[in-house]
Design a protein around this ligand. Structure first.
Ligand code: C2E
Ligand code: MG
Ligand code: MG
Ligand code: MG
Length: 285
Protein backbone atom coordinates (compact mmCIF):
# COMPACT_ATOMS: atom_id res chain seq x y z
CA UNK A 1 0.00 0.00 0.00
CA UNK A 2 1.08 3.54 -0.70
CA UNK A 3 1.70 5.20 2.67
CA UNK A 4 2.59 8.59 1.24
CA UNK A 5 0.65 11.66 2.38
CA UNK A 6 -0.59 12.25 -1.19
CA UNK A 7 -2.18 8.78 -1.35
CA UNK A 8 -4.29 9.27 1.74
CA UNK A 9 -4.03 12.77 3.10
CA UNK A 10 -6.68 12.35 5.80
CA UNK A 11 -5.18 9.22 7.27
CA UNK A 12 -1.70 10.68 7.11
CA UNK A 13 -2.84 13.84 8.85
CA UNK A 14 -4.50 12.04 11.74
CA UNK A 15 -1.49 9.76 12.21
CA UNK A 16 0.86 12.71 12.22
CA UNK A 17 -1.26 14.46 14.82
CA UNK A 18 -1.59 11.35 16.89
CA UNK A 19 2.12 10.62 16.76
CA UNK A 20 2.99 14.10 17.83
CA UNK A 21 0.43 14.07 20.63
CA UNK A 22 1.52 10.83 22.23
CA UNK A 23 5.16 11.79 22.01
CA UNK A 24 4.47 15.16 23.68
CA UNK A 25 2.62 13.41 26.47
CA UNK A 26 5.45 10.92 26.75
CA UNK A 27 8.01 13.70 26.95
CA UNK A 28 5.99 15.44 29.63
CA UNK A 29 5.50 12.29 31.70
CA UNK A 30 9.07 11.14 31.34
CA UNK A 31 10.57 14.55 31.98
CA UNK A 32 8.98 14.45 35.43
CA UNK A 33 10.83 11.22 36.12
CA UNK A 34 14.01 12.51 34.53
CA UNK A 35 14.24 15.23 37.15
CA UNK A 36 13.60 12.77 39.99
CA UNK A 37 15.90 10.09 38.63
CA UNK A 38 18.80 12.38 37.91
CA UNK A 39 18.80 11.83 34.14
CA UNK A 40 19.63 15.44 33.36
CA UNK A 41 23.19 16.47 32.82
CA UNK A 42 25.05 19.67 32.02
CA UNK A 43 27.66 19.99 29.31
CA UNK A 44 29.87 23.06 29.17
CA UNK A 45 30.94 24.89 26.03
CA UNK A 46 34.12 26.96 26.38
CA UNK A 47 34.08 30.70 25.82
CA UNK A 48 37.35 31.94 24.41
CA UNK A 49 39.06 35.31 24.68
CA UNK A 50 39.61 36.29 21.02
CA UNK A 51 42.66 38.49 21.53
CA UNK A 52 44.64 35.81 23.43
CA UNK A 53 42.93 32.60 22.33
CA UNK A 54 42.46 31.65 25.99
CA UNK A 55 39.61 29.85 27.75
CA UNK A 56 37.75 32.56 29.67
CA UNK A 57 34.40 31.05 30.58
CA UNK A 58 31.88 28.32 29.85
CA UNK A 59 28.20 28.06 29.00
CA UNK A 60 26.16 25.33 30.67
CA UNK A 61 23.94 23.45 28.19
CA UNK A 62 21.43 20.90 29.43
CA UNK A 63 21.19 17.33 28.14
CA UNK A 64 18.80 14.51 28.99
CA UNK A 65 20.41 11.10 29.25
CA UNK A 66 17.28 9.15 28.35
CA UNK A 67 17.42 5.46 29.35
CA UNK A 68 16.03 4.31 25.96
CA UNK A 69 16.47 7.18 23.56
CA UNK A 70 20.03 8.11 24.49
CA UNK A 71 21.32 11.62 24.99
CA UNK A 72 18.76 14.25 24.02
CA UNK A 73 19.46 17.92 23.32
CA UNK A 74 17.30 20.79 24.55
CA UNK A 75 15.42 20.94 21.23
CA UNK A 76 13.77 17.63 22.21
CA UNK A 77 12.31 18.82 25.52
CA UNK A 78 12.73 22.50 26.48
CA UNK A 79 9.57 23.57 24.65
CA UNK A 80 7.49 20.89 26.39
CA UNK A 81 9.09 21.86 29.69
CA UNK A 82 8.05 25.46 29.10
CA UNK A 83 4.48 24.60 28.14
CA UNK A 84 3.98 22.34 31.15
CA UNK A 85 5.70 24.50 33.74
CA UNK A 86 8.36 21.83 34.25
CA UNK A 87 10.85 24.46 33.12
CA UNK A 88 10.72 25.93 36.63
CA UNK A 89 12.10 22.88 38.51
CA UNK A 90 14.31 22.04 35.49
CA UNK A 91 15.71 25.57 35.40
CA UNK A 92 16.26 25.53 39.16
CA UNK A 93 18.16 22.26 38.80
CA UNK A 94 20.34 23.72 36.04
CA UNK A 95 21.22 26.73 38.20
CA UNK A 96 21.98 24.62 41.25
CA UNK A 97 24.07 22.15 39.27
CA UNK A 98 26.09 24.85 37.46
CA UNK A 99 26.84 26.70 40.70
CA UNK A 100 27.69 23.43 42.47
CA UNK A 101 30.13 22.67 39.65
CA UNK A 102 31.77 26.09 40.01
CA UNK A 103 32.24 25.43 43.73
CA UNK A 104 33.71 21.98 42.97
CA UNK A 105 36.25 23.48 40.54
CA UNK A 106 37.20 26.06 43.14
CA UNK A 107 37.75 23.32 45.77
CA UNK A 108 40.13 21.63 43.34
CA UNK A 109 42.20 24.80 43.36
CA UNK A 110 41.48 25.57 39.73
CA UNK A 111 41.42 29.17 38.48
CA UNK A 112 37.90 30.60 38.68
CA UNK A 113 35.93 30.18 35.47
CA UNK A 114 32.83 32.30 34.89
CA UNK A 115 29.84 30.12 33.96
CA UNK A 116 26.77 31.19 31.97
CA UNK A 117 23.33 29.60 32.38
CA UNK A 118 20.46 29.90 29.91
CA UNK A 119 17.24 31.15 31.45
CA UNK A 120 13.85 30.79 29.79
CA UNK A 121 11.31 33.61 29.67
CA UNK A 122 8.96 31.37 31.70
CA UNK A 123 11.46 31.29 34.54
CA UNK A 124 11.78 35.04 34.39
CA UNK A 125 8.03 35.60 34.61
CA UNK A 126 7.67 33.48 37.72
CA UNK A 127 8.78 34.82 41.10
CA UNK A 128 11.60 32.99 42.78
CA UNK A 129 14.42 33.12 40.23
CA UNK A 130 16.42 35.69 42.18
CA UNK A 131 15.89 33.69 45.40
CA UNK A 132 17.07 30.50 43.73
CA UNK A 133 20.21 32.23 42.49
CA UNK A 134 20.85 33.92 45.86
CA UNK A 135 20.36 30.70 47.87
CA UNK A 136 22.70 28.70 45.67
CA UNK A 137 25.41 31.36 45.76
CA UNK A 138 25.14 31.58 49.56
CA UNK A 139 25.26 27.84 50.11
CA UNK A 140 28.34 27.38 47.94
CA UNK A 141 30.13 30.66 48.61
CA UNK A 142 30.46 31.20 44.85
CA UNK A 143 30.85 34.87 43.91
CA UNK A 144 27.83 36.23 42.01
CA UNK A 145 30.10 37.99 39.54
CA UNK A 146 31.26 34.56 38.31
CA UNK A 147 27.75 33.74 37.13
CA UNK A 148 26.04 35.02 33.99
CA UNK A 149 22.42 34.52 33.00
CA UNK A 150 21.69 34.35 29.27
CA UNK A 151 18.31 35.70 28.21
CA UNK A 152 16.80 35.95 24.76
CA UNK A 153 15.27 39.06 23.26
CA UNK A 154 11.77 37.57 23.47
CA UNK A 155 12.38 36.84 27.16
CA UNK A 156 13.19 40.40 28.06
CA UNK A 157 10.68 41.82 25.60
CA UNK A 158 7.48 40.44 27.09
CA UNK A 159 8.54 41.14 30.62
CA UNK A 160 6.19 42.88 32.93
CA UNK A 161 7.44 44.85 35.88
CA UNK A 162 7.93 41.69 37.99
CA UNK A 163 10.47 40.35 35.51
CA UNK A 164 12.25 43.70 35.51
CA UNK A 165 12.34 43.46 39.32
CA UNK A 166 13.76 39.95 39.06
CA UNK A 167 16.51 41.13 36.74
CA UNK A 168 17.31 44.02 39.07
CA UNK A 169 17.45 41.65 42.06
CA UNK A 170 19.75 39.29 40.19
CA UNK A 171 22.00 42.21 39.22
CA UNK A 172 22.17 43.16 42.91
CA UNK A 173 23.90 39.83 43.52
CA UNK A 174 26.66 40.86 41.12
CA UNK A 175 25.43 38.38 38.51
CA UNK A 176 26.02 39.34 34.87
CA UNK A 177 23.29 39.39 32.25
CA UNK A 178 23.76 38.47 28.60
CA UNK A 179 21.41 38.94 25.67
CA UNK A 180 21.52 35.63 23.75
CA UNK A 181 20.96 35.02 20.02
CA UNK A 182 21.16 38.70 19.11
CA UNK A 183 20.19 39.28 15.49
CA UNK A 184 17.44 36.65 15.32
CA UNK A 185 14.64 38.36 17.19
CA UNK A 186 13.42 41.91 17.13
CA UNK A 187 16.90 43.18 17.80
CA UNK A 188 15.51 46.44 18.99
CA UNK A 189 18.38 48.58 20.07
CA UNK A 190 16.25 50.08 22.83
CA UNK A 191 16.59 46.89 24.95
CA UNK A 192 20.28 47.39 25.04
CA UNK A 193 19.74 50.58 26.97
CA UNK A 194 16.63 49.63 28.91
CA UNK A 195 17.98 46.47 30.53
CA UNK A 196 21.06 46.19 32.75
CA UNK A 197 22.97 44.01 30.29
CA UNK A 198 26.67 43.19 30.44
CA UNK A 199 27.08 41.06 27.35
CA UNK A 200 25.64 40.67 23.88
CA UNK A 201 25.89 37.35 22.04
CA UNK A 202 25.68 37.57 18.26
CA UNK A 203 23.69 34.63 16.91
CA UNK A 204 25.36 31.85 15.00
CA UNK A 205 23.12 32.16 11.94
CA UNK A 206 24.32 35.69 11.58
CA UNK A 207 28.03 35.20 12.05
CA UNK A 208 28.09 32.28 9.61
CA UNK A 209 27.82 34.63 6.64
CA UNK A 210 30.53 37.02 7.75
CA UNK A 211 33.62 35.11 6.70
CA UNK A 212 34.20 37.01 3.45
CA UNK A 213 34.22 40.32 5.30
CA UNK A 214 31.98 41.83 2.63
CA UNK A 215 28.23 41.43 2.20
CA UNK A 216 25.46 42.71 4.43
CA UNK A 217 25.95 40.21 7.29
CA UNK A 218 29.54 41.41 7.70
CA UNK A 219 28.50 45.06 7.57
CA UNK A 220 25.80 44.50 10.19
CA UNK A 221 28.02 42.40 12.46
CA UNK A 222 30.64 45.13 12.34
CA UNK A 223 27.99 47.71 13.28
CA UNK A 224 26.60 45.55 16.11
CA UNK A 225 30.05 45.15 17.65
CA UNK A 226 30.82 48.86 17.42
CA UNK A 227 27.45 49.79 18.88
CA UNK A 228 27.67 47.25 21.72
CA UNK A 229 31.14 48.48 22.62
CA UNK A 230 29.85 52.06 22.54
CA UNK A 231 27.30 51.00 25.16
CA UNK A 232 29.98 49.31 27.24
CA UNK A 233 28.83 45.76 26.49
CA UNK A 234 31.09 42.77 26.02
CA UNK A 235 30.48 41.03 22.67
CA UNK A 236 30.52 37.26 22.21
CA UNK A 237 30.13 35.56 18.82
CA UNK A 238 28.35 32.19 18.79
CA UNK A 239 28.90 29.19 16.56
CA UNK A 240 32.35 29.93 15.13
CA UNK A 241 33.32 27.01 12.92
CA UNK A 242 36.08 28.38 10.67
CA UNK A 243 39.34 30.31 10.98
CA UNK A 244 37.98 32.81 8.46
CA UNK A 245 35.04 33.64 10.70
CA UNK A 246 37.38 34.03 13.65
CA UNK A 247 39.75 36.27 11.67
CA UNK A 248 36.90 38.53 10.71
CA UNK A 249 35.73 38.81 14.33
CA UNK A 250 39.25 39.46 15.58
CA UNK A 251 39.61 42.33 13.12
CA UNK A 252 36.33 43.76 14.41
CA UNK A 253 37.60 43.56 18.00
CA UNK A 254 34.91 41.13 19.07
CA UNK A 255 35.75 40.13 22.67
CA UNK A 256 34.98 36.42 22.92
CA UNK A 257 33.76 33.52 20.84
CA UNK A 258 32.28 30.06 21.17
CA UNK A 259 32.04 27.39 18.53
CA UNK A 260 33.07 24.00 17.27
CA UNK A 261 36.33 25.54 15.98
CA UNK A 262 37.56 25.64 19.60
CA UNK A 263 35.32 23.04 21.22
CA UNK A 264 31.77 21.66 21.20
CA UNK A 265 29.98 21.44 24.56
CA UNK A 266 31.89 18.92 26.71
CA UNK A 267 31.55 17.20 30.09
CA UNK A 268 32.73 19.04 33.20
CA UNK A 269 35.75 16.72 33.47
CA UNK A 270 37.05 17.95 30.12
CA UNK A 271 36.72 21.58 31.20
CA UNK A 272 38.68 20.59 34.29
CA UNK A 273 41.51 19.28 32.10
CA UNK A 274 41.50 22.47 30.05
CA UNK A 275 41.75 24.45 33.31
CA UNK A 276 44.60 22.25 34.56
CA UNK A 277 46.47 22.83 31.31
CA UNK A 278 45.99 26.61 31.44
CA UNK A 279 47.04 26.54 35.11
CA UNK A 280 50.31 24.76 34.38
CA UNK A 281 50.99 27.05 31.40
CA UNK A 282 50.52 30.04 33.70
CA UNK A 283 52.79 28.46 36.36
CA UNK A 284 55.53 27.70 33.81
CA UNK A 285 55.49 31.20 32.35
P1 C2E B 1 22.12 28.78 22.88
O1 C2E B 1 22.09 29.23 24.28
O2 C2E B 1 22.20 29.82 21.83
O3 C2E B 1 23.35 27.76 22.79
C1 C2E B 1 24.15 27.59 21.66
C2 C2E B 1 23.79 26.33 20.89
O4 C2E B 1 24.60 26.25 19.71
C3 C2E B 1 24.07 25.04 21.64
O5 C2E B 1 23.10 24.08 21.23
C4 C2E B 1 25.44 24.64 21.13
O6 C2E B 1 25.71 23.26 21.24
C5 C2E B 1 25.34 25.05 19.69
N1 C2E B 1 26.65 25.36 19.11
C6 C2E B 1 27.74 25.84 19.73
N2 C2E B 1 28.76 26.03 18.86
C7 C2E B 1 28.30 25.66 17.65
C8 C2E B 1 28.90 25.62 16.34
O7 C2E B 1 30.05 26.00 16.12
N3 C2E B 1 28.11 25.18 15.33
C9 C2E B 1 26.83 24.76 15.53
N4 C2E B 1 26.15 24.31 14.48
N5 C2E B 1 26.24 24.78 16.76
C10 C2E B 1 26.96 25.23 17.79
P2 C2E B 1 22.26 23.21 22.28
O8 C2E B 1 23.13 22.75 23.41
O9 C2E B 1 21.52 22.17 21.50
O10 C2E B 1 21.25 24.25 22.88
C11 C2E B 1 20.26 24.83 22.09
C12 C2E B 1 19.51 25.89 22.85
O11 C2E B 1 18.77 25.31 23.93
C13 C2E B 1 20.41 26.91 23.51
O12 C2E B 1 20.82 27.87 22.56
C14 C2E B 1 19.49 27.47 24.58
O13 C2E B 1 18.64 28.45 24.04
C15 C2E B 1 18.66 26.25 24.95
N6 C2E B 1 19.18 25.67 26.21
C16 C2E B 1 20.27 24.91 26.41
N7 C2E B 1 20.43 24.60 27.71
C17 C2E B 1 19.41 25.22 28.37
C18 C2E B 1 19.02 25.31 29.76
O14 C2E B 1 19.67 24.78 30.67
N8 C2E B 1 17.88 26.04 30.04
C19 C2E B 1 17.16 26.67 29.06
N9 C2E B 1 16.08 27.38 29.41
N10 C2E B 1 17.52 26.61 27.76
C20 C2E B 1 18.63 25.90 27.41
MG1 MG C 1 23.01 30.59 25.40
MG1 MG D 1 22.78 31.63 21.74
MG1 MG E 1 21.34 30.15 19.64
Amino acid sequence: ADASPAANPVRFYSQALHGRFTSRLAVERELHHALERGELQLLYQPKVDIAHGRLCGAEALVRWQHPLRGRLGPAAFIEVAEETGLIVPLGAWVLREAIRQMAAWRRLGLPPLPVAVNVSSYQLRRPGLADTVRDNLRETGVDGSQLCLELTESAIMDTGSSAADTLAAVKQLGVHLALDDFGTGYSSLSYLRRFPLDELKIDRSFVAECASGTGSAAVITRAIIAMAHGLGLRVVAEGIETEQQLDFLRRQHCDQYQGFLYSPPVAAAEIEEMLHRSNSIAAAA
